[in-house]
Design a protein around this ligand. Sequence first.
Ligand code: MRU
Length: 367
Amino acid sequence: MKVNGIPRQSIWVHPQNPEIIQIIDQRQLPHEFVVEDLRTPEDAAVAIREMHVRGAPLIGVTAAYGMYLALLQMSREGRNAAWLASQAKMLGDTRPTAVNLQWAIERMLDLVATGGPNLSQMALQKAIEIEREDAGFCKSIGENGVKLIAEIAARKDGPVNILTHCNAGWLATVDWGTATSPIYHAYDAGIPIHVWVEETRPRNQGGLTAWELGQHGVPHTVIVDNTGGHLMQHGMVDMCIVGSDRTTYTGDVANKIGTYLKALAAHDNGIPFYVALPFSTFDWTLRDGLKEIPIETRTPDEVKQIRGWADGKMTTVDLFPASSPAVNYGFDVTPARLVTGLITERGICEANERSILNLYPEYAPFA
Ligand code: MRU
């Protein structure tokens, strides 16, 4: 997608030095566009843990490049297999909920297991493959999902009002995004749309979504997280599209905290609630999302404080009494029964085991 008219991805190999991976430091957006260099696996781990990069697919791609940086360091410093395993563990321990992280690390470890004379070069090629694959999948998600928006547009006057939560945009993937890809495809096809962007406290990823949509010219309005239900009750939302950090093969969806409440409100008001995700976000080993998906808890400081832009720089201010305890769950699980459908790179399916495995039959033996 474009930033100030220039095509950009969220992660790329340094054009002059393939030993450096570059990312956008998303903590500074939407106020500053800062490019950061990753030179070591530790850099990649910090970038994921501290959320310089975030969003399930991008976390996975960053971890794949982190493994490449580990293999480079291994050949440079003569490290052994145990050290490489410790680097894989360091990367894998950064964030617990997004399954794309483990998926990408395992793909890189499978490559390492094949041996070969120039493993770091092979790892670079594999990480680039994972990066390009993600961009391609997200594009396909958009091509499949745009039909749902077109169907609603065909039967109403005025724009299709789409509600989204968190940032499941191109900043959360490599390009296009998951939930935003059908939105960008609809806008580019001339379908009249308007997006309700939820702020997504405590980290306000809605600011990233608003920035992305603004860069592309998509009409949108920012709302606080508690507004969605009110809008749905008053016929101001035609459909919801969100992303996912991990979806079971039975269709339970873990996504940013607050997603479940929007799915409940959508269900109560008869509004379609779609989840957009690539196959790397499915967990083919888990049946019961509520019981089995690990939910990240982050520092209470993110709840008790807020970061923002003042006087030309990022500033943090206190919101609550210093003595009040706070808890900060990063994600919740929306049960499959509240999900109208899953928009994937292979097509749209229902959120149930039969329909999901019908799209992905090769994963059935693992289920
Ligand atoms: O904590 P974050 O910002 O990494 O959470 C991101 C989300 O919950 C997204 O909605 C999800 O990863 C889908 S991204 C395409």
